[in-house]
Design a protein around this ligand. Structure first.
Ligand code: ATP
Ligand code: MG
Length: 283
């Protein structure tokens, strides 16, 4: 049995539950308690505030955790970063009122900076030789300059919309973050094996996100051209068709490139192109 701490509610909760589900670890959210056992994997989920997850894992209250890398960095507890999970992307940035002229981090000398990430900020200031006053506040950091509590802020940014609507501009991107799987560094062998099993499944789930399975009919003499357009995993699968001179070609393509690839394939004579959802890739 292994215990994983995830965010009880908030931005990472849903995607954490979804990642587990796609990895074949279902948790009945209707029967959800503080601690809930999965029906199909020897795992129990502990629901916590994200701030508390690194400490819970470092103490061994939970063996594993899913949390933003930013929280791991800020809390400073000793945990192992086992895997990047590809969701919850954001950055922690310095932002100042948009009318201010800005040339370099030296701007922050003697300024008051409001933040919920004082440790990461203190480290950045030290590394860049900045002497600023760090004001730790728990929430609504972005309004601090407007109400006169601070000259600047150091806060999470994803699209930047919140900064703009508060009359601020992002001037230094300090830390890039995404959700990570963390582990207690001293897991016993049985739990280590379960962790590896989970990581293997997570990798398959993460890898197959954004991928599509393509099937098309193609004149046989065009196979080489198609292979050049579709550098698939090893190489595309080619199956004969009942009609002479034609084959069926199967491959995997990233959703971002989908339309571009389809247009190129049409040009070399591909017909009846099917685009199918791809459930998982196990490498
Ligand atoms: P809790 O109640 O668990 O303490 P919280 O309010 O501290 O929750 P959330 O706002 O739910 O935290 O954010 C959780 C994590 O989601 C952040 O620490 C960060 O890693 C990630 N994240 C991604 N994008 C954003 C964003 N635009 N704003 C805030 N957090 C984001
Ligand atoms: Mg929090």
């Amino acid at each position: 049995m292994i215990r994983i701490a995830i965010q009880a509610k908030g931005r990472l909760n849903e995607q954490s539950v979804e990642l587990l589900r796609e990895a074949g670890v279902n948790i009945d959210e209707n029967k959800r308690k503080f601690l809930t056992r999965s029906a199909d994997f020897p795992l129990e989920v502990l629901y916590l505030r994200d701030d508390d997850i690194p400490q819970a894992v470092a103490m061994g209250v939970a063996d594993l955790g899913i949390v933003g890398f930013n929280e791991v960095e800020e809390r400073g507890f000793e945990v192992e970063i086992a895997q990047k999970l590809g969701f919850g992307a954001c950055r922690i940035s310095l932002a100042i009122p948009k009318a201010e002229e800005y040339n370099s981090p030296a701007w922050f000398n003697g300024k008051r900076i409001a933040t919920s990430y004082p440790k990461i900020l203190a480290r950045y200031c030290e590394q860049n030789g900045i002497r600023a006053e760090i004001h730790e506040i728990a929430g609504s950091v972005e309004i601090a300059p407007a109400v006169g509590m601070a000259d600047a802020i150091f806060d999470i940014v994803s699209s930047g919309g919140t900064l703009v609507s508060n009359g601020l501009k992002e001037v230094e991107k300090v830390l890039f973050s995404e959700a990570v799987l963390i582990a207690n560094p001293a897991l016993e062998a049985e739990k280590r094996a379960l962790l590896e099993q989970l990581m293997f499944r997570f990798e398959a789930v993460i890898d197959s996100r954004g991928l599509k399975y393509l099937v098309m009919n193609l004149p046989e003499e065009k196979v080489e051209n198609a292979v050049a357009i579709l550098p698939a995993m090893r190489s595309p699968t080619v199956l004969p068709l009942a009609q002479k001179g034609w084959c069926s070609l199967h491959s995997v393509v990233n959703e971002r490139e989908l339309w571009d690839k389809i247009e190129q394939l049409k040009k070399i004579g591909a017909e009846d192109i099917l685009v199918l959802a791809l459930e998982k890739i196990v490498r």
